[in-house]
Write a protein that binds this ligand. Structure first.
Ligand code: HEM
Ligand SMILES: *[C@@H]1O[C@H](CO)[C@@H](O)[C@H](O)[C@H]1NC(C)=O
Ligand SMILES: CC(=O)N[C@H]1CO[C@H](CO)[C@@H](O)[C@@H]1O
Length: 322
């Protein structure tokens, strides 16, 4: 019992300190243009490619859930054993945009703005451009010194709601916040390999997943049948807009991933889904708050970690893995 109390105290004082160190406008004197330079880079990309919002949201989530929001997902490893080499990372995109934003802020203020903050701010900007909420986000994150494929333990699309919730709960998120964050599936795509088990002979039944609209299943069978693992929109309604239509889609049995469909059907999450489906404002507010919370997951601050010069590599002599 005493041991447990001690662990709790340590855990929570670290978390408390971390949020005390992060603050909105952390760079306002050290690099006043940081946020606008990043926003410009995102805006330019968004004009050419609206799918950048989805790319950044997924990158941010994967970064924050593995060793905290410390840009460890960006590290390139010659030996292929960094975070980004893990299976769930295979289709993470947007690394080149982070490099572009980093070059812009390095030119304005060298060695000042962390890659972890760049991912966070770029994601925030891309969400707003896609019609999502606009919100302030605290900065001051430092970049991590480790990126290890063995630390990657992300929820899978075939898990039950209760199973998927475990990693969220362990990081201090509520069920409501998990349902909110999965609203990120309002934009972006999934490749057939993540859901085609639902389209025929689902769980050995000889039939498609009955929780998927039959017309949609038939259409997806055709698309996926082409054999080169194509991708389809996660939100079959408003595929590029960060809104609450995703929740209406899953209520209409039009979820692509099994986990998405389960959110609508599970007794614990169904009412939350129904609430967001009815009230877009409630979703947008909840999404802004949950994204800020996500961005504070396990961050490094103060003198911990480093400010990477190149987001894809540890600074010379510091990192444990190259
Ligand atoms: C239980 C939790 C989650 C599971 C099981 C899950 C699973 C997946 C899977 C399998 C894909 C398809 C990847 C592909 O085919 O390339 C995907 C895409 C995506 N996920 Fe999640 N996800 C979860 C939570 C989240 C969260 C919390 C966010 C962000 C806040 C997020 C954002 C995205 C986005 C934006 C895409 C589309 C990416 C793109 O278009 O490139 N996901 N997710
Ligand atoms: C929608 O949600 C917002 C924010 O939570 C709330 O203020 C508003 O009253 C809700 N609208 C309806 C129609 O329930
Ligand atoms: C973008 C990226 O680095 N993707 C990597 C994900 O992991 C696979 C191996 O599992 C690599 O081949 C990809 O390059």
């Amino acid at each position: 019992m005493e041991k447990i109390v001690a662990v709790l105290v340590v855990c929570c004082s670290i978390v408390g300190l971390a949020s005390a160190q992060l603050k909105v406008g952390f760079y306002s004197s050290s690099c006043p243009r940081a946020e606008s330079l990043i926003r410009d880079a995102v805006q330019q990309r968004f004009k050419m490619d609206r799918s950048i919002t989805a790319a950044l949201l997924r990158m941010h989530f994967h970064d924050c859930f593995v060793q905290g929001c410390d840009a460890s997902i960006l590290i390139h490893s010659e030996s292929g054993d960094a975070e980004k080499d893990a299976f769930p990372n295979e289709t993470v995109r947007g690394y080149d945009l982070i490099d572009i934003a980093k070059r812009a802020v390095e030119a304005a203020c060298p060695n000042t703005v962390s890659c972890a903050d760049i991912i966070t701010l770029a994601t925030r900007d891309a969400v707003a451009l896609a019609g999502g909420p606009k919100y302030d986000i605290p900065t001051g994150r430092r970049d991590g010194l480790m990126s290890d494929i063995r630390k990657v333990d992300l929820p899978g699309p075939q898990e039950s709601v209760a199973q998927a919730f475990i990693p969220f709960r362990d990081r201090g998120f509520t069920l409501n916040e998990m349902v909110t964050l999965l609203g990120a599936h309002s934009v972006g795509v999934a490749h057939c390999n993540f859901f085609e088990d639902r389209l025929a002979n689902f769980q050995g039944s000889g039939k498609p997943d009955a929780t998927m609209d039959a017309g949609l299943a038939a259409r997806l069978r055709k698309i996926c049948g082409t054999g080169n693992n194509p991708a389809v929109f996660l939100d079959q309604g408003t595929s590029f807009v960060m809104d609450n239509q995703f929740y209406n889609q899953i209520l209409a049995k039009r979820g692509i991933l099994e986990i998405d469909q389960r959110l609508a059907r599970d007794r614990s999450t169904g009412p939350i889904v129904a609430g967001f489906a009815l009230n877009g404002t409630a979703f947008q507010r909840s999404f802004a708050t949950a994204m800020v919370k996500l961005s504070k997951t396990g961050v490094l601050f103060g003198k911990a970690g480093e400010i990477r010069k190149n987001c894809r590599a540890f600074n010379p002599k510091r990192g444990q893995r190259v």
